[in-house]
Ligand binder design. Structure first.
Ligand SMILES: O=C(O)CCC(=O)C(=O)O
Ligand SMILES: [Fe+2]
Length: 276
């Protein structure tokens, strides 16, 4: 008989996502919510405004990272879900949906479709999305298409260069609309969902008068197995510490989540669409 651990691991690989209920306790959520306010109000975090969601960068030494990683059992849960053998943290963001903002279009977070690693079964990168309030179809809930990380999906044919920064799609565009095969997980405050970077996902519109906040933490489950060029690109991410010597395993229990790379520095060409 299969052990529960194996079943969870297989589910993530097959479906491209896994839910981590009550990932954060109430106290951590409240602490993070006040850090979110402070970060947004300070205006110094490198906000990236794109239509219908605002991203604020989280550096490794940000207080929100300290709060989330401060409890080792959370990382253990994540590792188990994605069968991580060498988990490393690449980047983090606050993802806000402003009041009365339209849906975030269907997209994939994966960025190098022109590399053969894109077509392997296992995820090269995963995103952990932690929600700071419960979400519904009315306030910007996540929507995903299960298993879309492993197969061609018809929505991909609508994705093009507008799927970047400036240009919006009309509200009735297929990338903005509900898809018959979508799944909208019911999310309570503190719940998290981990998704394969290749999974098609988006959000409902936020029809409420309140901002909807999510913390996004991006990881590689098996750093040691990645090709050098991908390691080099990811290790140079702007969320990574500029001066790694300011941290040590003595003062920082999650220091070993930092990706190590000492080879030639290389930035890869970004390729956002599977057909590129
Ligand atoms: O905020 C969310 O719920 C998801 C955001 C997202 O998918 C993204 O920013 O890439
Ligand atoms: Fe995304």
């Amino acid at each position: 008989m299969k052990k529960l651990k194996d079943i969870n691991e297989m589910k993530f690989t097959k479906n491209g996502f896994a839910l981590l209920r009550s990932f954060l306790d109430e106290t951590s959520c409240d602490l993070i919510r006040s850090e979110i306010e402070a970060t947004i109000n300070s205006g110094v975090s490198g906000a990236c405004i794109r239509p219908n969601n605002t991203l604020h960068l989280l550096q490794f030494d940000h207080e929100i990272i300290r709060i989330v990683f401060g409890k080792p059992e959370r990382l253990k849960k994540l590792k188990k879900q994605v069968a991580a053998k060498d988990l490393r943290w690449i980047s983090g963001y606050i993802s806000s949906k402003e009041p009365f903002s339209p849906p975030l279009w269907w997209h994939q977070d994966w960025w190098c479709w022109n590399h053969e690693i894109s077509f392997r079964k296992d995820a090269a990168q995963v995103a952990l999305l932690i929600y700071m309030q419960s979400t519904t179809l009315k306030n910007g809930a996540l929507r995903i298409i299960p298993s879309s990380h492993h197969s061609h999906h018809h929505l991909n044919k609508f994705r093009d260069e507008r799927n970047s920064q400036e240009n919006e799609y009309e509200l009735d565009h297929p990338l903005m609309s509900a898809s018959p095969d979508q799944f909208s997980p019911s999310i309570q405050k503190g719940d998290a969902i981990v998704i394969d970077y290749r999974l098609l996902h988006g959000t409902e519109g936020n029809q409420s008068a309140f901002r909807r906040d999510c913390i996004i933490l991006n990881f590689t489950p098996n750093w040691v197995c990645l090709p050098q060029e991908i390691k080099s690109h990811l290790a140079g991410h702007m969320c990574q510490p500029k001066n790694i010597t300011q941290f040590s395993s003595k003062d920082c229990s999650y220091f070993n989540l930092l990706p190590e790379f000492s080879g030639e520095k290389k930035i890869m060409t970004v390729s956002l669409f599977p057909s590129d």
